[in-house]
Design a protein around this ligand. Structure first.
Ligand code: DX5
Ligand code: ZN
Length: 213
């Protein structure tokens, strides 16, 4: 069984409250929140006011995925609005070790996301410090894209790296996760499945979350 984190990027923003209630009442483990700045990725989503608003009714931990440049400018703000897991991109973080320490010192769990072209071996010397590695299985920026198959090899490599180092890091897969590929991802070693389109475009999102688990 994997943890499931529905991505509200694919939710109906006109009914955001209802969508959060659906997640509250489902078997979802986390709520995945994609923050994009139009610079690191070619899309802009939402920021602190929206996250603070949904925090008032949400009953699941917030898994906040920062697709922004210089993410360290906002660590404190994301802690204040209720992020529980805060994930930065390795590609946007020249001082990753320091960023991870700051995120943890603010009481959050630290996540590191890797773009599809970034090898997992770059994490060798820091895997111990990371609570969650988010392997991007699409190019970040948009929901509803096609899963990049090479990711399954990266999951296995990362699993081995975590094992070799005796770390307890979770492996999260983000992008193109479907009911069809979920069993394979789990078999390869995925611990957390993010799903946007698969959940929110299905006729019964809560049932889909259950099936993904
Ligand atoms: C993409 C985001 C994902 C996105 C996944 O940049 O990081 O979290 O919401 O969406 P799906 O599951 O539709 O590929
Ligand atoms: Zn994401």
């Amino acid at each position: 069984m994997a943890l499931v984190a529905p991505s509200i990027l694919s939710a109906d923003f006109l009914k955001l409250g209802q969508e959060i209630e659906m997640i509250n009442n489902s078997e979802a483990d986390w709520i995945h929140i994609d923050v994009m700045d139009g610079c690191f990725v070619p899309n802009i989503t939402f920021g602190m006011p929206i996250i603070a608003a949904i925090k008032k009714i949400a009953r699941k931990p917030f898994d906040v995925h920062l697709m922004i440049e210089k993410p360290e400018r906002y660590f404190e703000d994301f802690a204040k609005v209720g992020a529980n897991i805060l994930t930065v991109h390795l590609e946007a973080s020249p001082h990753l070790h320091r960023s991870i320490q700051v995120i943890k010192s603010l009481g959050m769990q630290a996540g590191v996301a890797l773009n599809p072209h970034t090898p997992v071996s770059l994490l060798t010397d820091i895997i111990f410090e990371i609570d969650v590695v988010c392997l991007m299985s699409v190019n970040p920026g948009f929901g509803g894209q096609k899963f990049i198959n090479q990711t399954t090899h990266k999951i296995k490599q990362l699993k081995q790296l975590i094992k070799d180092c005796g770390a307890s890091t979770l492996i999260e897969i983000d992008g193109g996760v479907s009911l069809e590929n979920a069993p394979t991802l789990k078999k390869c070693g995925a611990d957390v499945l993010v799903a946007g389109n698969t959940v929110f475009s299905s006729p019964n999102p809560a049932e889909t979350i259950k099936s993904l688990k």
